[in-house]
Ligand binder design. Structure first.
Ligand code: BG6
Length: 524
């Protein structure tokens, strides 16, 4: 059963019948994520009828051959397994394929007339959603062509969904934004950050603002530090032409990592309304301490993977990867110490780290509470631990709270115990399902507003400059490790260490407790 990603927010969003035009329909993102997400939404009854789904790409194909390709991609990459024949027949009957060169303005005239014809046949009134699943160089010209051809000039609503990266730095992001804003209003632009579609990232808001247990202690009086890790085992894959110019700072930190920082650090919004929520997130970026390139050298670490082993398999180093310059200085790992200089967070370090070819794939947020005075209870082995709230975003979805309790059968020995909650695997909709559903309903809460993009670049640009000028050493780290030693040193300077994440051998709460104390002390 496919669960539908119904919105938890109070605004009354309803999706209206529309045409969905997907550019880049044969690309990786479309095959792996968008086609399965749209199919699942359809199967869950979330796509308003009638619906027209127009897939656009350069390669020659007919409706029939493309539908077959789409079915294969959905079955291979979707979470639902083989498609249901009846659902598939109904879904694919709404799909048309148009082969065209998106860079050629003339091609849009026939696209526009085909779209209008199909809309008339289905009784659609011109509501249109354009999804640009293509290289960022296309974003500005395609929007201009959509305008010139009349496709974006419609009586109904029009929405533009665009993928990251939104620019390469502040200047290029501003230029791109100006080009897009010539055609679309800010409220019509849906900038995707797929981390915002992840169940547990959205859950941060609920954990914080729906539990009286947490909100009173969610501040610098009770929290000692926050750690956010997003580690990957994959390398650069076949994306070297993009990645070697971007690096981990632009690929992961400017967007996904900062989004998670915002979700953890934001103030409660005045209402659960889109702009109220986004306003609070933006304030976090305003309070984020900006480093000069010189300061960045004290707070930011970068690394690049060398050959190593991932799950027993030998893998090449970054510079040996296909398409990567043999002397590339692109970082595949970043760790940093951030400060949110406001009343709530003054003095609390936010440590972030992300990298490719690390030992495990995991995204986790650790809220570390302050130590208790240790004179009353102390562990026999002398290591009474702090309370931790760990939010597991990926690959397991859930959270656990690490507490201290009495070790059974002893007089005063303290052991860590875990209260754990995990979501049923495969039950939550994929990030793209949720976000596409939101876009169809006109809910842009979990999309990135322009001021978020620009402020994120303002924070990133001086660090990127320090990387470019080689003010910050590029540390090698072996594939299959947890990144360079310098990332450990960064937190050690503050007397801290990185908490192990899911999949790290010392790590699962149960495993640690079991190994150390014979039996996991767990409260469920
Ligand atoms: C993308 C990055 O935005 O996020 C990729 O471009 C990265 O490099 C991916 O692999 C990670 O996403 P997830 O959902 O697998 O954590």
């Amino acid at each position: 059963m496919i669960q539908s990603p119904a919105s938890p927010r109070t605004e009354d969003w309803a999706a209206a019948p529309h045409t969905f035009i997907l550019f880049g329909a044969t690309g990786d993102l479309s095959r792996r994520k968008l086609l399965p997400a749209l199919y699942n939404l359809y199967a869950a009854g979330r796509i308003p009828q009638p619906w027209l789904f127009v897939c656009v790409a350069r390669s020659e194909a007919t409706d029939e051959t493309y539908r077959e390709e789409a079915r294969q991609a959905i079955e291979r990459f979707g979470r639902q397994g083989p498609v249901d024949p009846d659902t598939w027949r109904a879904f694919s009957a709404q799909l048309h394929y148009v082969a065209m060169d998106a860079a050629n303005p003339d091609a849009y005239t026939s696209l526009a007339s085909a779209v209008q014809r199909w809309e008339r046949e289905r009784g659609l009134s011109g509501n249109r959603i354009f999804y640009l699943a293509m290289a960022p160089d296309f974003f500005a010209p395609v929007t201009a062509h959509l305008h010139a051809s009349g496709l974006a000039q419609t009586e109904g609503f029009r929405r533009l969904i665009i993928e990251k990266p939104f620019g390469h730095d502040l200047a290029s992001a501003e230029e791109l934004n100006i080009a897009i804003r010539r055609v679309f209003e800010e409220s019509e632009i849906y900038r995707i950050d797929h981390y915002l579609g992840k169940e547990m990232v959205q859950n941060i808001e609920v954990i914080r603002f729906a539990n009286s247990l947490f909100e009173p202690v969610w501040n610098n009086r009770s929290i000692a530090a926050v750690q956010i890790t997003s580690s990957e085992t994959v390398g650069v894959e076949d994306r070297a032409s993009y990645y070697d110019r971007a690096g981990a700072l632009r690929d992961m930190v400017q967007n996904h990592m900062l989004q998670m920082v915002m979700m953890v650090a934001m103030e409660p919004p005045s209402r659960l309304k889109t702009e109220a929520i986004r306003d609070e997130k933006v304030k976090v970026l305003r309070s984020l301490r900006r480093y000069t390139p010189e300061e960045a050298a004290r707070h930011v670490v970068r690394g690049q993977y060398t050959a190593g082993r991932i799950q027993g398999q030998r893998v090449p180093g970054y510079r040996e990867e296909h398409g990567v310059a043999p002397d590339s200085h692109t970082e595949t790992f970043v760790a940093a110490r951030l400060f949110v200089d406001n009343f709530r967070w003054a003095g609390v370090p936010f440590y972030i780290r992300t990298g490719k070819r690390m030992a495990a794939k995991a995204t986790e947020i650790v809220i570390q509470f302050r130590d208790m005075p240790k004179h009353l209870y102390f562990n026999e082995s002398g290591n009474l631990g702090p309370n931790l709230l760990v939010i597991r975003v990926n690959p397991v979805e859930g959270m656990y709270l690490q507490l201290n309790a009495k070790r059974p059968g002893t007089e005063g020995a303290v052991v860590p115990v875990a209260m754990e909650f995990s979501q049923e695997p495969d039950q939550s909709p994929e990030a793209y399902e949720r976000l596409l559903d939101d876009a169809m309903r006109g809910d842009s809460t979990f999309f990135t507003r322009w001021d978020e993009v620009s402020l994120a670049w303002k924070w990133v640009d001086p660090i990127a400059e320090a990387f470019r000028a080689d003010n910050i050493a590029l540390h090698p780290y072996s594939a299959g490790s947890w990144g360079p030693e310098a990332a450990q040193t960064l937190v050690k300077e503050d007397g801290a260490h990185w908490w192990p994440v899911y999949g790290q051998d010392t790590l699962s709460v149960d495993d640690v407790l079991e190994r150390e104390y014979g039996q996991a002390q767990e409260v469920r």
